[in-house]
Design a protein around this ligand. Structure first.
Ligand SMILES: [Zn+2]
Length: 125
């Protein structure tokens, strides 16, 4: 897990979820770093998914990592939101076989995600 993007985005006012987050306001932090000095959670909003014929799923989300020092919980750092692309395959490691229609659907989802991201990062969210 990279923390580099967080350091330049310290925002002590970001205690609450961004308006676009799908989770309940103030959802809990999910884990810590190895030293247990920083805890993390992810703000997320699903854009859509493509279910492939072989059982694999491609999920497109907008998400942003949120971190805070356990000893300074008022210092919250939220990374600039980005598009997260998840591929779940069964069995694990299978190379997904994607049809032309599914590629078109994925392209539509990625375009929607890009528009959403521009809107969020432009401050309109
Ligand atoms: Zn959230």
């Amino acid at each position: 897990m990279s923390t580099a993007p967080l350091l330049s985005h310290l925002d002590p006012t970001a205690e609450h979820c961004p308006a676009w987050c799908q989770y309940p306001e103030g959802h809990s932090y999910e884990g810590t770093d190895h030293e247990e000095t920083t805890e993390f959670r992810y703000h997320s909003r699903p854009v859509g998914r493509v279910d492939l014929d072989d059982g694999a799923v491609i999920q497109v989300d907008v998400c942003a990592e949120d971190a805070r020092r356990i000893e300074q919980p008022e210092r919250v750092a939220v990374a600039t939101p980005s598009v997260a692309l998840y591929v779940d395959t069964v069995p694990v490691g299978l190379t997904p076989q994607v049809t032309a229609d599914q590629v078109q659907r994925l392209a539509d989802l990625l375009h929607t995600a890009a528009v959403e991201l521009d809107r969020i990062n432009g401050g309109a969210a």
